[in-house]
Design a protein around this ligand. Structure first.
Ligand SMILES: Nc1nc(=O)c(N)c(NC[C@H](O)[C@H](O)[C@H](O)COP(=O)(O)O)[nH]1
Ligand SMILES: [Zn+2]
Length: 188
């Protein structure tokens, strides 16, 4: 049986496949859910919203759309007591965007504004490749903000292939990104 994390990551890939291929970003999918404390089988998970790159108008990221889709139905991503807000995203949240728009790590940490608990943990399937911003800082920035994160292994090739579909040399880019991860996969 595949782990629940892998199942959510596969759903993120399906979301990412709906994103219009562009040479200027990655196609990514994200899921926001509420998880009951201590529910080890995650059987009581409640999916609050989903999002994918460019789903909403403008140069939008998957995580950004996830929050916007949730906020359009609810005030803020509020967690009920005894539950935690969790985000699954196929790629490490961005710490920097070439466009200069607010990076998703900032959007994730801002869910804690006003003393709210906000996002408790982020699961992602692959480290951001160096294509646009060089060595990614997303994980470090999440840790610095006290937000837990975890790499869900096993779907890197699928995630990267979808992510770079609109790029110049997608196969090359996937190969080189996998190669880089191969060397330091344990300290992703
Ligand atoms: N986690 C994540 N979710 C996304 O939906 C997405 N598109 C990226 N992509 C990261 C990449 O670093 C930026 O796409 C480039 O830096 C260009 O920046 P813009 O997207 O134009 O703001 N990363
Ligand atoms: Zn982003």
């Amino acid at each position: 049986t595949t782990s629940p994390h892998t199942t959510y990551m596969q759903k993120c890939i399906s979301l990412a496949e709906q994103s219009p291929p562009r040479p200027t970003n990655f196609r990514v999918g994200a899921i926001l859910l509420s998880r009951k404390d201590g529910d080890s089988t995650y059987s009581d998970d409640r999916v609050l919203s989903t999002g994918y790159t460019m789903e909403l108008a403008g140069n939008t990221h998957a995580e950004q759309c996830c929050f916007a889709n949730y906020a359009s139905v609810n005030k803020v991503a509020e967690e009920q007591s005894g539950r935690k807000l969790i985000m699954y995203v196929s790629m490490e949240p961005c710490g920097k965007r070439l466009s200069g728009n607010a990076p998703c790590v900032q959007r994730i940490t801002r869910t804690r504004d006003g003393g709210r608990e906000g996002i408790h943990k982020v699961y992602f399937g692959v480290k951001e490749p160096t294509t646009f911003v060089g060595e990614s800082e997303g994980c470090k920035m999440l840790s610095a903000a006290g937000i837990e994160w975890e790499h869900v292994p096993g779907l890197e090739k699928e995630i990267l292939s979808v992510a770079v579909a609109g790029h110049e040399n997608p196969e090359e880019e996937v190969k080189s990104a996998l190669g880089k991860m191969g060397t330091n996969v344990d300290d992703i």
